[in-house]
Design a protein around this ligand. Structure first.
Ligand code: HEM
Length: 145
C-alpha cells in the first residue's frame, strides 16, 4: 500500500491511478467531480435569482445547496484520506483548502450582504475562486497556469 501511495504522490498528474480499479477510485472521484459541478450550477442559479430580486424557497436557497456542499467537502476529505494526500505534505491540497475557505467567505457575502455592489463583487470573486480550486485539483499544482 505504501508503494502505491508513493507512486501516486510522485506523479504530478495521473491519467489512471491504482484506485480506479476499486470502489473509491470508481465512485468517489466521479461523485466528487459531479458534486463540484452541481454546487457551482446551484451557486449561479441562486445568483441569477438574487439579481432578478425573485423570492426563492428556503429549500433551494439554503437546504439543498448546504447538503451538496457538505457532501462535496466530505467526499473531498475522504478522497484525500484514501489516496494518501494531506495538506501538511501536499502543497496543492493546502492551497486548495485555503482557496475553498475564501470561496465560502466570498459566497457568504454574495448572498447575505445588503449592499448590491458587495454582492456582485463577491459573486464574481467566488466564481474566480471556484475556477482556481478546480484548476488546482486538476493539475495538482497551486500554480495551474
Ligand atoms: C469547493 C470544494 C471543492 C471543489 C470545487 C473540488 C473540485 C475537485 C475536482 C473538479 C476534482 C477532480 C480533478 C480532476 O481529476 O480533474 C477534485 C479532485 C480532488 N479533490 Fe476536490 N474539490 C473540493 C473540495 C475538496 C476538499 C475539501 C478536499 C480535501 C480535503 C478535496 C480533495 C480532492 C482530492 C484528493 C482530489 C483527487 C485528485 C486526483 O486524484 O485527481 N477536494 N476536486
Amino acid at each position: 500500500m505504501c508503494d502505491v501511495f508513493k507512486k501516486i504522490t510522485s506523479q504530478k498528474r495521473r491519467m489512471t491511478h491504482p484506485f480506479q480499479t476499486d470502489f473509491f477510485g470508481q465512485w468517489l472521484l466521479p461523485a466528487h467531480r459531479s458534486l463540484a459541478m452541481l454546487t457551482i450550477t446551484l451557486f449561479i442559479w441562486r445568483g441569477i435569482y438574487i439579481w432578478r430580486d425573485k423570492p426563492m424557497h428556503r429549500l433551494y436557497r439554503r437546504w439543498i445547496p448546504d447538503m451538496i456542499d457538505v457532501l462535496l467537502l466530505s467526499s473531498g476529505a475522504l478522497l484525500a484520506f484514501t489516496l494518501g494526500f494531506a495538506p501538511w505534505h501536499d502543497t496543492w491540497l493546502a492551497v486548495k483548502i485555503s482557496a475553498i475557505i475564501l470561496y465560502i467567505i466570498t459566497g457568504f457575502f454574495a448572498f447575505r450582504s445588503d449592499i448590491v455592489m458587495v454582492q456582485r463583487g463577491a459573486f464574481f470573486l467566488s466564481l474566480l475562486l471556484f475556477v482556481y480550486v478546480v484548476s488546482i485539483a486538476h493539475t495538482m499544482s497551486p500554480t495551474p497556469w
